[in-house]
Design a protein around this ligand. Structure first.
Ligand SMILES: *[C@@H]1O[C@H](CO)[C@@H](O)[C@H](O)[C@H]1NC(C)=O
Ligand SMILES: *[C@@H]1O[C@H](CO)[C@@H](O)[C@H](O)[C@H]1NC(C)=O
Ligand SMILES: *[C@@H]1O[C@H](CO)[C@@H](O)[C@H](O)[C@H]1NC(C)=O
Length: 626
């Protein structure tokens, strides 16, 4: 059992550091850091949230604070003869206006990111959707972190020579400074297929057969193998890597770091091998430690059978100053370092220059991605399918001038974050919808076919599997792979959960009135992994896609028995799901090609359309929100 620190619950006062408008963290009971011989701090799926969360006290520390925090932990490790390594497992870009609204899009991100010292770093899938962002890795992130960037299964067409080459070294072998632990490290990406054509991703099952990999894992002069990756810790890819390495080295400890699913998770492969996933969006700093490793002083002999087995510990840190001060034994005045303060200032001036506080309107209530079921008045997807999408589609020239009805379909994974009651700013718009995707359409599809597209996108498993890309939010996909932890999700369709949900929301609010709602992680080691003790937050699955129907001026999201549709109708969809929509139509016997599609609102991104809706319906004309 871990000890719970209940000390230091006094009022903390205004935050020194973090972004100026960030809310102060709320003191809460904390579990201590489980320091070991070798320690790690892990971030993943940052998606541009360098400034932290400005509307949520639990995650309100920024990248500058993380720099200060890491410095204090490194100092302590040095003083005590331990080692500390920092890891980042990709998807650093896309998902926040600091990245997505800057021109060029990486303008601030690379400069901010490189201020942290990271010991092992790799690419996610988001770095590779567009040619420019993959080139951004080549020109910025790889050299900024050299030689710590690892690309075990990722190649790029060198933008200078047009030759295909590894984006970065395939592996790294090094010895830790204080303990002298000999580490071999790899950096993987899952078997992603949606990348732009300037990169090549080798499937993990092929990579592990390659000579260089087979050779590297035969090395007997090692104390630990570290596999970092933008990979779900419960994926086939990691199962393959684990099995291959374990077959070559039956005794070596293997530490995996994963991500991609935006969740906290910890998987135990065997008594010498574990994996951690550390959440998303700068909400979580994962702390991992190992004891019982061979070290320089235990003289590098082959392991003897009486040697102790390695022991592993994990803690998911809520990224706020209360937690960071506590774990670094610093206070308001002693915590910020000059470099950390600099970076906080740098982020703030980037936010200013991008006018991220610009107010578009006031959201009348909270709208959730996963904290409410769909459909539900508090679901962001109900707002989209009942209001934003139909109101917007109704203004198109196809409806206004040609009198055409439309079914508009978007994927839920394209919506990245909740909307909180109150100010809806430029910042909010990009948090909710960061992508440059536009709405496109296929005109005059037979209605009888058109109405069958959504069910196919939501339930046509064989068809959907072909692409290996998820349309639902990562957290939803993650749950499907983790039924053992979420038995309540074995309940039937989401729409039937509505009344249940209402009851649950009321219950959790009263039952846990002393605790702040937040992460209550259940993983392979139990339920004591979160640093902060929280009351639970509800989580609901949502479908892959949702739709709105605009028929002869009327709109609705439910099409069950619709007699009022004309014989032909436009199918409108966000660009990201174009392949799937065309595939669904083909599957239903209607063959359309890319040439049959057009932009529905020429020149406007979905994000822009959302902003226009907010200005029109939630606008306040320069006033403040209540
Ligand atoms: C990638 O696609 C673009 C246009 O779609 C094409 O011009 C270019 O030659 C392609 N590059 C490679 C390396 O195949
Ligand atoms: C912070 O800690 C330092 C050193 O321990 C101490 O001198 C100072 O009074 C503390 N400041 C606050 C605000 O508690
Ligand atoms: C802080 O930023 C200034 C100006 O950009 C720079 O000159 C200085 O070296 C930085 N200091 C640290 C500790 O990073």
């Amino acid at each position: 059992m871990m000890k719970i620190a209940l000390t230091g619950l006094a009022f903390l006062g205004p935050a020194l550091c973090a972004q100026p408008s960030a809310p102060s963290p709320i003191p809460a009971p904390l579990r201590p850091l489980p320091w070991g011989q070798l320690n790690f701090l892990h971030t993943t799926d940052i998606h541009g949230w360098w400034g932290g969360h400005l509307q949520e006290p639990s995650y309100s520390a920024d990248w500058g604070d993380y720099i200060s925090f890491a410095k204090h932990l490194r100092d302590r490790a040095d003083a005590e003869g331990r080692d500390l390594l920092l890891i980042d497992t990709g998807d650093r870009i896309e998902g926040n206006a600091i990245y997505d609204s800057s021109k060029p899009r990486g303008k601030f991100t690379y400069e901010i990111a490189k201020e942290q010292h990271i010991d092992l770093i790799c690419s996610g899938n988001h770095e590779l959707y567009k040619q420019e962002s993959a080139d951004g890795e080549f020109y910025h992130t790889v050299p900024d972190f050299s030689p710590n960037y690892i690309a075990s299964n990722l190649d790029i067409y060198n933008p200078k020579t047009a030759r295909l080459e590894a984006l970065a070294p395939r592996f790294k072998k090094f010895t830790t400074e204080n303990q002298g632990i000999r580490i071999l490290a790899f950096g993987f990406l899952f078997d992603f297929t949606g990348n732009a054509n300037n990169t090549v991703i080798h499937k993990v099952k092929d990579t592990v057969q390659e000579g260089w990999f087979q050779h590297a894992i035969q090395d007997k002069e090692l104390d630990l193998i570290v596999v970092i990756g933008h990979v779900d810790v419960r994926s086939d890819e990691y199962a393959t890597l684990y099995a291959t390495i374990r077959a070559a080295q039956p005794d070596i400890p293997i530490q995996f770091f994963g991500g991609h699913r935006h969740i906290r998770d910890y998987r135990i492969f065997d008594d010498k091998s574990v994996a951690i996933a550390s959440g998303r969006y700068m909400e979580t700093i994962g702390f991992m430690s190992i004891n019982g490793l061979n070290t320089r002083s235990s003289s590098h002999h082959p392991r003897k059978s009486q040697e102790p087995k390695p022991t592993f510990s994990r803690l998911y840190i809520d990224n706020n100053l209360y937690s960071l001060h506590h774990h670094s034994a610093k206070n308001l005045t002693t915590f910020p370092t000059p470099n950390g303060l600099n970076v906080t200032t740098q982020i703030n001036s980037a936010r200013h220059s991008l006018h991220l506080n610009r107010l578009y309107g006031c959201a009348p209530r909270d709208l959730w991605v996963n904290r409410a079921p769909y459909p539900h008045p508090s679901s962001i997807f109900s707002w989209l399918s009942d209001s934003m999408l139909p109101d917007t589609v109704k203004t198109s020239s196809r409806v206004q001038e040609s009198g055409k009805s439309a079914i508009a379909i978007i994927n839920t994974g394209g919506i990245r974050f909740d909307i909180f009651k109150g100010a809806f700013t430029k910042d909010t718009a990009f948090l909710v919808s960061p992508f440059t995707s536009r709405l496109r359409y296929v005109k005059d599809v037979p209605s009888q076919v058109a109405v069958r597209v959504l069910p196919l996108l939501n339930h046509g498993e064989p068809m959907m599997k072909e692409q290996g890309i998820d349309l639902a939010p990562p957290e939803v996909v993650a749950r499907k792979l983790r039924r053992q932890f979420f038995p309540e999700l074995l309940r039937p369709a989401f729409s039937k959960l509505e009344s249940n949900a209402q009851a649950q929301l009321a219950l959790s609010a009263t039952e846990h009135h002393n605790l702040i709602p937040g992460y209550t992680t259940h993983d392979d080691a139990g339920t004591d992994g979160d640093d902060t003790i929280h009351s639970p937050i509800d989580f609901f699955e949502v479908p892959n896609c949702i739709q709105a129907v605009v028929s002869q001026g009327d709109s609705k999201s439910d099409l069950a028995e619709d007699a009022s549709l004309p014989t032909h109708i436009d199918i409108v969809y966000n660009e990201f799901i174009e392949k799937w929509v065309l595939m669904a139509l083909r599957y239903l016997g209607e063959s359309y090609k890319l040439e049959d599609t057009e932009e529905y609102f020429p020149g406007k991104s979905f994000t822009q359309l959302m902003v226009e809706w907010v200005e029109k319906y939630w606008g306040v004309d320069g006033e403040e929100c209540e």
